[in-house]
Design a protein around this ligand. Structure first.
Ligand SMILES: Nc1ncnc2c1ncn2[C@@H]1O[C@H](COP(=O)(O)OP(=O)(O)OP(=O)(O)O)[C@@H](O)[C@H]1O
Length: 284
């Protein structure tokens, strides 16, 4: 049975002084152990939802639950939630607060009042995991955007959250850095952390995700497997999300090639390659 780690139930939220409701009854659960992606056009409320995910924002109506237990908006309980749910902001400048790389990583651990030797060991280990060893003493303002993103992620992962919420982590990264980041996210996932990433990059979404959620107008409009999402291409197009390149490549293949390849549209290049290879073998 699928366990939902974090559940949003009929959330409503308007920013004070804002231009109207942002979340308008959004409900969905994040399945434990899955690599999840949240899609939705600009301004549909993804970041606002994430801020509800560890209690930074309290909904004006509706409920957020962790493993079936509703959030309690009191200091101690919220501190526990920020430990369980790691949130990496879209802009690393909003996240990095100390003056050097090591200090920034140790910040959350110091807040937990862990013994200094434990903090030192955890910082050392995470510096190595995220390839930041060489930059340990570097001032944060000397880092590139990609390095800042990596540091923001390291600062959250050192706290060992059970769920990681990432707000457009690949925006402005080059292809090489994007690949590295996705590899890091795979390692994080393999080590037992559930991940939900908001992205506008449909190729990354369909290559990487095992579970896709789509928001529009402050509500959830779809949740399901990538294959199922691709079958709803009218919905993706009507929301101006577009299609991943793999779907367009599939469309462009002649029917004579598609015939004999079992199943519907592949969601990744690797899957397409395997199917093509299978077809070649069976046609010999
Ligand atoms: N602090 C704020 N005060 C007032 N309005 C805000 C605030 N933050 C966001 N909004 C508004 O709330 C709406 C939803 O914003 P949000 O950042 O949650 O959307 P998003 O789906 O993450 O967008 P994007 O894909 O562009 O990052 C937008 O109309 C935005 O202008």
């Amino acid at each position: 049975m699928t366990v939902m780690l974090l559940e949003f139930d009929d959330l409503h939220y308007s920013y004070p002084g804002g231009r109207g409701p942002v979340l308008q009854g959004v409900s969905f659960g994040i399945p434990e152990g899955k690599k999840c992606v949240l899609l939705g056009r600009n301004g549909c409320g993804k970041s606002t939802l994430f801020l509800h995910g560890n209690g930074i924002i309290q909904p004006q109506k509706g409920q957020v639950s962790w493993r079936g237990v509703p959030f309690v908006y009191k200091r101690q309980a919220l501190q526990e939630m920020t430990q369980r749910v790691g949130l990496v902001f879209q802009d690393p400048e909003h996240q990095l607060i100390a003056s050097t790389v090591s200090e920034d990583i140790s910040y959350g651990l110091c807040n937990r009042k862990l013994p200094p030797e434990v903090i030192r060991a955890k910082v050392e280990s995470i510096l190595n995991v995220f390839g930041l060893r060489e930059l340990a003493d570097a001032p944060i303002h000397h880092l590139s955007l990609g390095q800042k993103r990596r540091l923001a992620l390291a600062g959250v992962m050192v706290l060992e959250p059970e769920l990681l919420l990432l707000d457009e982590p690949t925006a402005y990264l080059d292809r090489y850095q994007t690949k590295n980041l996705l590899r890091e996210l795979d390692h994080i996932h393999q080590s037992g952390t559930t991940v939900l990433m908001a992205t506008h990059d449909m190729d990354i979404a369909f290559e990487w995700a095992e579970w896709i959620c789509v928001m529009d107008g402050g509500q959830l409009v779809f949740a399901g497997e990538p294959q199922e999402a691709l079958e709803k291409r009218e919905m993706l197009e009507s929301l101006h999300l577009g299609l991943p390149l793999i779907a367009e490549v599939w469309d462009a293949l002649p029917d004579t090639v598609k015939q004999g390849m079992e199943g519907s549209i592949p969601t990744s290049v690797d899957e397409l390659k395997q199917r093509l290879a299978g077809r070649l073998v069976s046609s010999r």
